[in-house]
Design a protein around this ligand. Structure first.
Ligand code: SAH
Length: 340
C-alpha cells in the first residue's frame, strides 16, 4: 500500500496522470486531507466513485495508532504512537500564547548518543518517512480538534541524519493547498551535522534552524555529544556563519543547563564569545532529568542568563512544558520499551 501523506501535491498530480485520472483531482483530494481533515476516501464527496475505489485499493491515509496519551496540567499532551511496522514513536503538543506547536519525531531511535538525552537510549532502528511525520500532525489534530500552527522537528532522532525525508515533510506541510504551515513557523533542530547545515543553507526555504550546542568549548562538548568529535565547534561555527550569510536568517542555539557541567559563569562568558558576531540567540533549557544519566538541572540558571545578557547576548530561558508527564524527549517511549 502507498501512504498518501507521503505525496506532495506535485507527486499526487503525477500519480493521478499515471492512473489516467484528471490531475485537478489532486488539489481536491489535498483539500479533503488537509483542510477538512478527512481520513476516509469515502468521505471525499466531490471525487468520483471510480477514483475513490481506486484510491481505496492502493492507498492508506491514517497509519498511526495512538497507544497512549498523557495530558499535563498545562495543556501539553504527549502521544505514544505505533507505526505500521510495530515501532513506537512520540510526539508532543504544546500550547503557547502564540499558537499550538507540535514536536515531531524524525527517526525511530537515534544514533547521536548525546549523554544527557533519553532518545539515544534506544539506538536508531530506522528513519521515518515524510508521510509518517505528516501523519503525526494529522493524528494529533484529529484527536484534539486543534489546528497545529507551529512545528518543531525536535522529537526523537536527528533530522539531518534523515535529511531528504525531513525536507520533503517540510514542503508537504508548507504547501498552500495543504496544511499551509508557514515556513517561519517550522523549526528544524540539529546536533550539528556540518555538511547538512551547508546543504540546508541552499534549500531556498524560510524555515528556522536551531542548533543543539549545550557546551561552550570542545572539551565539554566532546563529553556530552559524540558528534562534536566529527564536527568540532570551530567547524560548526563556520558553517553556521555561512548559513546566516546565505539565508539572512537568525539561528537559535539551544543550551541545556546541567548542574556543575556547563553552567558556570566562565562557561557563560565562553558561550558569549562563541555566539558573538553571529545573528543568533540562545535558548537556555532547564534540564529534564533522565534518571539513567546522572545529570541534574542547574541551580544557576538566572545568574547564567544574567551574565549572557550583560555580555549583550540575546537569550531567553525556555518555558517548561509537561513537567508532570514524561516530558523529556524519548522518555515515554524508552519507558514503554523497558529501557528506563
Ligand atoms: N537531534 C536533534 C533534535 C532532537 S533533540 C538535536 O539534537 O537538536 C531536541 C532538543 O532536546 C535538543 O536540543 C536536545 O539536546 C534536547 N534534549 C534532549 N534531552 C533533553 C532533556 N533530558 N532535557 C532537556 N532537553 C533535552
Amino acid at each position: 500500500m502507498k501512504h498518501i501523506y507521503n505525496y506532495s501535491l506535485d507527486d499526487l498530480t503525477t500519480y493521478f496522470q499515471e492512473i489516467k485520472q484528471k490531475p485537478f483531482h489532486a488539489k481536491q483530494v489535498y483539500q479533503w486531507l488537509y483542510s477538512k481533515m478527512v481520513y476516509d476516501f469515502e468521505d471525499m464527496s466531490n471525487i468520483s466513485k471510480n477514483l475513490r475505489e481506486q484510491l481505496n485499493k492502493e492507498m492508506v491515509i491514517d497509519d498511526l495508532k495512538i497507544k497512549e496519551k498523557q495530558v499535563s496540567q498545562d495543556g501539553t499532551i504527549k502521544y505514544l504512537f505505533q507505526l505500521s511496522d510495530g515501532h513506537f514513536i512520540e510526539s508532543v503538543l504544546m500550547i503557547h500564547d502564540y499558537g499550538q506547536s507540535l514536536c515531531v519525531t524524525s527517526q525511530v531511535g537515534c544514533n547521536m548518543h548525546c549523554s544527557f538525552c533519553a532518545s539515544g537510549l534506544l539506538k536508531k532502528q530506522r528513519d521515518l518517512t515524510a508521510g509518517e511525520m505528516v501523519n503525526q500532525i494529522m493524528a494529533v489534530s484529529r484527536d484534539t480538534g486543534i489546528r497545529i500552527s507551529h512545528v518543531v522537528v525536535m522529537g526523537t532522532g536527528e533530522p539531518f541524519d534523515n535529511y531528504d525525508e525531513v525536507m520533503k515533510f517540510v514542503r508537504i506541510i508548507n504547501q498552500p493547498h495543504g496544511l499551509a504551515i508557514g515556513a517561519r513557523h517550522i523549526t528544524i533542530s540539529t546536533c550539528g551535522l556540518v555538511p547538512m547545515i551547508e546543504r540546508y543553507s541552499h534549500e531556498g526555504i524560510q524555515t528556522n534552524l536551531a542548533i543543539s550546542l549545550h557546551a561552550p568549548n570542545d572539551l565539554i562538548r566532546n563529553q556530552l555529544m559524540p558528534v562534536n568529535q566529527a564536527f568540532p565547534m570551530d567547524q560548526l561555527r563556520e558553517s553556521i556563519k555561512k548559513y546566516i550569510e546565505t539565508t539572512h536568517r537568525r539561528v537559535t542555539f539551544e543550551y541545556i543547563l546541567l548542574d556543575g557541567v556547563n553552567d558556570s559563569l566562565v562557561c557563560a562568558r565562553q558561550l558569549a564569545h562563541y555566539v558573538k558576531g553571529l545573528n543568533a540567540y540562545v535558548n537556555l533549557i532547564p534540564y529534564n532529568s533522565v534518571d539513567e544519566h546522572g545529570f541534574s538541572p542547574s541551580q544557576n540558571v538566572e545568574a547564567f542568563k544574567d551574565e549572557l545578557l550583560r555580555l549583550k547576548v540575546n537569550c531567553t530561558v525556555r518555558k517548561e512544558h509537561g513537567r508532570d508527564i514524561d516530558g523529556a524527549c524519548g522518555q515515554l517511549r524508552a519507558k514503554r520499551s523497558g529501557v528506563i
